[in-house]
Design a binder for this molecule. Structure first.
Ligand code: CO8
Length: 379
């Protein structure tokens, strides 16, 4: 290894905010099935005339087998499970109050700062990197900067869907290499429950809410131990297979009555088939470039969308079936939390690694997008 420079970026610490409510598959399916029954009863004539398709029941067995998801956390539970509503509900906040997305981001950020022994005033920049931004402006990142009490510095929002956090880590690392900043927070507050169509059988079980934070810093100010960033790689390839058409241009076509495509929609099977080889190839390429082999990889913190996808990708990387210790999952408790998934896995499953151990944080999702961050624990 070459001599380490002071502008070398490292991960100093991470933070995690977990929402107060959890929904089990059983609760979710009961709610969906009751909604579907009501819908079928209300549309009985159209169904009998062949003008409408009846809604088919969802099942807990399918959800767990197809995805590995057993439960998900949400910011609000009762309205999501109410068959008459099936969307989160809470009172609108005034502009003088901290917005809900900033609030959970600040919670995660404070924990990361505390774990690094860092004061907010020491941080130069905050990136709010996530799929589910609450509004276009002012940037959530600037609100988080203000709420943390960072003072000087800057912040901006970035959205690369499920890969937002890894794209954020590379951006932060580049600022440090270039000398533009020495301490950067990458905050990923994901309130996916607002953009999930809880009435869609194909996807109602997929997502959960959470917030994570990653503190990326120059090696010479980082606490001991920390995570050296060995290399990062970003890739995007356009695909319509995961899409959300919500946006301010929706009002240009008020005659459009299709609400469903203003929420999350995907062709899950196609995504599965196309993304697994794409991600496996990026990881293999970068491992070759870094001179790493499967046997060198102590742990993989993979994007948390689907347990079967992760099993295939981990097998390709390691050269054997991965154990739960080599490729930990948080899907069972958190479901898919978009950009935060691989960071939750890293946050919960990295303290036990030894100095010298090497691992990979990897994200993939809509765009398509994929990001890799190879790290090594150093003292
Ligand atoms: N209950 C029972 N049966 C079901 C259900 C259900 N809920 N849903 C579907 N089925 C049935 C289907 O009807 C089908 O039946 P049949 O064989 O009779 O036609 C059968 O199950 C199989 O359906 P699929 O082929 O769709 O099932 P899969 O095995 O492919 O599993 C998955 C579906 C779990 C969705 C899987 O394809 C998957 O996980 N794919 C990868 C998806 C992925 O990684 N997406 C990334 C998305 S996240 C992202 O990029 C950012 C998004 C931004 C956040 C947005 C927040 C809202």
């Amino acid at each position: 290894m070459s001599e380490r420079s002071t502008a070398e970026p490292v991960i100093s610490a991470t933070g995690l905010f977990t929402p107060p409510h959890s929904i089990s598959n059983e609760e979710l399916v009961e709610s969906y099935n009751s909604y579907a029954e009501n819908w079928n009863a209300a549309h009985a004539d159209a169904i009998a005339a062949g003008d409408a398709e009846p809604k088919v029941a969802s099942s807990t067995e399918f959800i767990e087998k197809a995805s590995g998801i057993k439960a998900r956390f949400v910011m609000e539970k009762d309205s999501v499970l109410d068959p008459q509503i099936m969307a989160p509900r809470w009172p609108e906040r005034s502009n003088e109050e901290l917005s809900v997305l900033a609030e959970i981001g600040v919670n995660a950020a404070r924990q990361a700062l505390e774990r690094a022994g860092r004061a907010p005033q020491d941080v130069d920049a905050v990136l709010c990197a996530c799929s589910n931004l609450q509004r276009p402006y002012p940037a959530m990142a600037v609100e988080i900067q203000d709420a943390l009490g960072m003072g000087d510095g800057f912040g901006f929002d970035m959205n690369v869907a499920c890969s937002s956090a890894t794209f954020g880590i590379q951006t932060a690392a580049d600022y440090i290499r270039a000398g533009h900043a020495r301490s950067v927070l990458v905050v990923s507050p994901e309130i996916t429950s607002g953009h999930l169509n809880w009435k869609d059988r194909d996807s109602h079980f997929i997502f959960g809410d959470v917030a994570t934070a990653v503190l990326v810093e120059a090696a010479d100010i980082a606490p001991s131990p920390h995570w050296q960033i060995l290399g990062t790689r970003l890739k995007t390839v356009f695909s319509n297979n995961i899409r959300n058409n919500f946006g301010f241009l929706n009002r240009t076509a008020p005659e459009t009555r299709d609400e469903d495509d203003k929420l999350f929609v995907q062709e899950g099977r196609k995504v599965f088939k196309e993304v697994v080889p794409m991600v496996s190839a990026i990881i293999a390429d970068q491992m070759a470039e870094l001179g790493l082999e499967g046997a060198d990889m102590r742990r993989l913190w993979l994007h948390q969308a689907n347990a079967n996808m992760n099993r295939l990708i981990a097998h390709k990387v390691l050269g054997h079936e991965a154990s739960g210790d080599e490729s930990p999952t948080v899907l069972d408790r958190y479901a898919n939390t978009s950009s935060a998934g691989s960071i939750i896995a890293f946050h919960e499953h990295s303290d036990d690694l030894e100095v010298g151990d090497t691992g990979l944080i990897c994200s993939f999702g809509a765009g398509y997008s994929a990001g890799t961050v190879f790290v090594r624990k150093v003292s």
